[in-house]
Every structure is written in C-alpha cells, then in structure tokens.
Design a protein around this ligand. Structure first.
Ligand code: ADP
Ligand code: ADP
Length: 226
C-alpha cells in the first residue's frame, strides 16, 4: 500500500549540532513501525518532525499527499487534532480531570459537546480494559492503567497516525506488554498507522518492521517478527 506519511532527507540542527542528518521514513496505513536507536540518536526529533511539531531545517515531510511545511500553523495544528494521536512515556493525563474526561478531551477539541464526547470516550476505556477507572482521576490509578487511558485518549479521535514515544518506558515489563498488545490491536482495528519510538527490542517486537536511527540517519531492518 502507498505510504500515508513519508519523510525524505530530513535535517534538524540544534545549537549547531545535527539531531537529524539525512533521515528517511515511510509508513503505510495500518502499519506499525518501530523507530529504534540509542538515547540521543534523534528518535524523538524524527517523531516531532513527522508530526509537524517542529519544522525540519531541510528535507520534506508528506502526509496524505500534503507537504507539512506548506501548511499554515493553524492547518498543521488542525491536522494534529483531527488526524494524529499522541502517546508519551508519562501519560500526560490532565490531573484535574477524570479518566473519561481525559479521553473525551481531544473529542471536545474537535467540536463535540461534553455529553457526546464522553459517550464516545467510554467504548475506548472498555477497549483498553480501563472502564473500571472511568470516574477516577490520574492520581488514583496505577501507571499501567494511566498509560492505557492515554492510549484510549490517543485513539478516541480515530486518528490516521498514532505517534507513541516510549509509551511503555515508565512501566514494568508485564504492564508494558499489555499496553503494547492493546495499542497495536486497537490501532489495527481502526486502520491507524503507529510510529512507535522505543529503545527496547521487546517493545519493537510488536511492530511490523523497524527503522534504526543512528547519529541522525535512518536505516531499515527486516521485519522483526512478532
Ligand atoms: P532520542 O529521542 O533518540 O533520545 P532526541 O531526538 O531526543 O534523541 O535528541 C537528539 C539530539 O538532539 C540530542 O543530542 C538532543 O540533546 C538534541 N535535541 C533534541 N531536542 C532538542 C531541543 N529542543 N533543543 C536542543 N537540542 C535538542
Ligand atoms: P525522549 O525521552 O522521548 O527522547 P526527550 O527527553 O529527548 O524525549 O525530549 C523531551 C522534550 O525536550 C522534547 O520536546 C525535546 O524536543 C526537548 N529536548 C530534548 N533534548 C533537549 C535539549 N538538549 N535541549 C532542549 N530541549 C530538549
């Protein structure tokens, strides 16, 4: 299938030092690609460029045929709200909101009212097996539950691409595996592509294939096999 998101010859320099220097990337709808590499190799920078969060200094990012650099800031943020989902290492749930309110939040940002957004959020809490904490706040649940709520929140807007940056990095291996199982299954069901940044081979094993970043350059590997 044709890629939904591609990057060509990306270069990004921070304070005179290239974080990316000739990075290429492509992902198809429904595909999960692990972005691997040691700490400081440029994985997060690649993710930020792919998601249009930071502009590349050179090279091109194309999403669904559109050059991200050619969009206005408003168009890029609308794209992120409507078509991308994000999961970070530390769930980054809003502490004042209950779990269902957290999952409903991105739906409200797309214009849904509170009642409709929460109604749409509930099945995602069930799908991620955290419906038992629907009305709890992030401070009252475990780290594994929090990450599953964060995955529910990322998927609730049915994004075309999910960006997951070390989504299991703060979890023990058992909880990490469960999060990966649920994330990849739910993304597959909704046809979303997943860009999975990780430095752990055990986590990358959930991906269809791997891309390794080293010194700001990318290299494709054969499928890891699940
Ligand atoms: P990784 O995700 O593989 O750990 P990063 O993409 O976070 O790597 O970082 C790559 C390099 O770019 C590192 O040397 C990091 O310190 C630097 N870097 C990343 N983001 C910034 C930033 N916003 N400002 C300055 N330097 C940055
Ligand atoms: P990760 O742990 O996922 O690799 P980082 O800790 O590298 O993420 O980055 C977290 C945030 O800090 C990102 O927005 C990144 O751009 C920024 N950042 C990373 N390294 C630096 C740096 N050396 N100076 C300033 N900001 C940085």
């Amino acid at each position: 299938p044709a890629p939904i998101l591609t990057a060509t010859a990306l270069r990004k320099v921070y304070a005179g030092t290239p974080a990316l220097d000739g990075a290429d990337f492509a992902i198809a709808a429904g595909e999960t690609v692990a972005v691997m590499g040691p700490s400081g190799s440029g994985k997060s920078t690649l993710l930020h460029c792919l998601a249009g969060i930071v502009p590349a200094d050179a090279g091109t990012v194309t999403y669904a045929g559109r050059d991200l650099a050619a969009l206005s800031d408003g168009e890029r943020s609308a794209l992120r709200r409507r078509e991308f989902g994000f999961v970070f290492q530390f769930g980054q749930l809003v502490p004042e909101l209950t779990c269902v309110e957290n999952v409903a939040l991105p739906l409200r940002l797309t214009g849904l009212g509170r009642r409709d957004a929460e109604r749409a959020a509930r099945p995602w809490l069930e799908r991620l097996e955290v419906d038992d904490v629907t009305h709890k706040r992030p401070g009252e649940i475990s780290g594994g539950q929090g990450q599953r709520v964060a995955v529910a929140r990322a998927l609730a807007t049915t994004p075309r691409v999910v960006f997951a940056d070390e989504p299991t990095g703060a979890l023990d291996s058992l909880n990490g595996e469960r999060v990966m199982e649920l994330l990849t299954a739910a993304a597959q069901d909704s046809g979303a592509a997943v860009v999975l940044v990780t430095h752990e081979a055990r986590v990358a094993a959930y991906a269809d294939r791997e891309v390794v970043v080293r010194d700001g350059r990318t290299r494709s590997l054969e499928p890891a096999g699940r």
